[in-house]
Ligand binder design. Structure first.
Ligand code: FAD
Length: 483
């Protein structure tokens, strides 16, 4: 009797360069399964904006499988219960998946592998979510890294990762009846109100959309990456973070596509490496989380454990709504709400504003991002927040406090980004766009701005906030020393 293998799709929502799927297709028939496992994920379950993406990505994968004569079985609940059920319903003798590195996922998968083995079911996992898996990169002393630059050198020293696999020539799909949920019944899309209305115009989830976006990026914008990546209005970044998170494309595909374009002379070396270096940060954050699983909720540097965070619901709400009175911060938070994404430079500025100007715990910002980003990714999100707060590995020092006005003037010099997301300030002269409170009554009136009415006054004064943040940091240091 021929073998039946379940390919468990997780965050590898693609057919190309899918090692587990390719392996499953080599012998016998294949059952394609996706499980919405919110129970095991707990507080780290897919957030609302990412659920919108997931819905459309699953629809695209269903269609891609249908075109090849297959189908995607959808089930909801604990994977540890559903997988044995599907095994006994179908008589499958093997299950395969691609590895993920979040602590909750590792714990679940280990348990599952051992339970399935006890039942006599073969369970095999494969590498596909990183350039190099966490344990493949180590210091000369054989230890995990906690500083990015040497980590990245070690990755580069290993040369190109394995080449991406093609879509399997032939997949023999299991033909027996298997019950499936209906995607529409999962309620992944918002309804009342439909806050994702603008997402549709911004994104094309699914492997085809990801491939088109990557090709578009490599056809030109990438050459501006090194110089332009910090300027939010310049369109110089790839926007590949959500496709990478959901595995519509693998990092190895991105690596090889970039390297090929460099070798063909279409992408300048400096630009290509500068882009791949950021992809390296994605691996670095996974590496860090793998070796420091407690940092999902705890500070990497425990000297921050006694930091005097403030509870301030009003300030937090002003931040989430994009009503802080600092135009660059507000532009970023509104871009996030309306499109599910925010430019990296602006993420650093808004995150710094929350933790340093408002002294609100980075975990509250991380939770908001987790719910509102379409690319919300545990390792990158926790890594980004801890880096900004100063409590992470290889982090920005706490005393370096972004000035949101200076950041806006430097990285949005013509004000295009701010004018797009904070249109009520659109008619202000460039000179005042980042600090409307310095404009005279006449200038404000001519621009149709009434501070405190049409646009908020700053919720904190930058200089005062800076002093307060530094004092809080000193207090923490002092507590440490006297303990
Ligand atoms: P590009 O500049 O085109 O980079 C290419 C790819 O490299 C990205 O798609 C991403 O996968 C990776 N990458 C780029 N910058 C970083 C970085 N600093 N750290 C890790 N990987 C990076 N990224 C997420 O994918 N999910 C998150 O939840 C997330 N939260 C963040 C929170 C904060 C506070 C900060 C400061 C950064 C966060 N980032 C997160 C990292 C970064 O902002 C995004 O990856 C990037 O803005 C995505 O845009 P892009 O695809 O155009 O990036």
């Amino acid at each position: 009797m021929s073998k039946t293998t379940i390919h468990w799709f997780r965050r590898d929502l693609r057919l190309r360069d899918n090692p587990a799927l390719s392996d499953a297709a080599q012998e016998g028939s294949v059952i394609c399964l996706f499980i919405l496992d919110d129970e095991d994920a707990g507080t780290q379950a897919t957030g609302a904006a990412s659920r919108w993406w997931l819905h459309h990505s699953l629809a695209a994968l269903t269609e891609a499988l249908k075109q090849r004569g297959g189908r995607l079985i959808l089930r909801r609940g604990k994977a540890g219960k559903i997988i044995p059920d599907v095994v006994s319903e179908t008589g499958a003798d093997r299950i395969v998946w691609n590895r993920l590195y979040e602590p909750w996922s590792i714990q679940r998968d280990k348990q599952l592998k051992s339970d399935l083995t006890d039942l006599g079911i073969e369970a095999d996992s494969f590498a596909s979510d990183m350039i190099r898996e966490p344990w493949q990169v180590e210091t000369k002393a054989g230890k995990p890294f906690s500083v990015f630059s040497p980590f990245w050198r070690a990755v580069q020293d290993q040369g190109d990762p394995p080449s991406p696999l093609p879509i399997p020539d032939r997949i023999y799909f299991h033909t027996g009846h298997v019950t499936t949920d209906r995607l529409e019944d999962w309620g992944l899309l918002p309804t009342k109100p439909n806050w994702a209305a603008e997402f549709e115009a911004t994104w094309t989830p699914g492997a085809d959309g990801a491939a088109a976006r990557m090709a578009e990026f490599l056809s030109g914008p990438v050459n501006d990456y090194k110089d332009g990546r910090d300027f939010p209005a310049r369109g110089a970044t790839s926007l590949m973070s959500a496709p990478l998170h959901f595995g519509e494309v693998s990092p190895r595909q991105v690596w090889h596509a970039t390297r090929s374009a460099m070798e063909a002379g279409d992408v300048r070396d400096a630009a290509g490496w500068s882009f791949l270096r950021e992809l390296g940060w994605r691996d670095f954050n996974r590496h860090l989380l793998f070796y420091n699983p407690h940092t999902v909720t705890e500070n990497f540097r425990d000297n921050f454990d006694s930091f005097p965070w403030r509870d301030d619901e009003t300030a937090l709400e002003g931040w989430t709504r994009g009503r802080t009175g600092y135009p660059l911060v507000d532009a970023g938070m509104r871009e996030l709400w309306r499109t599910g994404i925010m430019h990296n430079r602006v993420r650093m500025v808004v995150a710094s504003f929350l933790v340093k100007h408002l002294l609100i715990d980075w975990r509250q910002g991380e939770a908001w991002f987790r719910d509102t980003l379409v690319d919300a990714d545990l390792a990158n999100n926790v890594g980004g927040w801890q880096w900004t707060a100063g409590c992470g590995a290889d982090a920005a020092p706490y005393f370096r406090i972004f000035n949101p006005v200076a950041q806006g003037e430097k990285f949005d010099p013509k004000g295009d980004y701010i004018r797009r997301w904070v249109p009520e300030l659109g008619a202000l002269p460039d000179k005042y766009l980042n600090k409307p409170w310095e404009a005279s009554d006449k200038v404000l009136a001519e621009a149709g701005v009434a501070l405190g009415k049409t646009y908020p006054k700053p919720i904190v004064d930058h200089a005062d906030a800076r002093k307060r943040a530094l004092a809080a940091f000193e207090e923490t240091k002092l507590k440490q020393e006297t303990n």
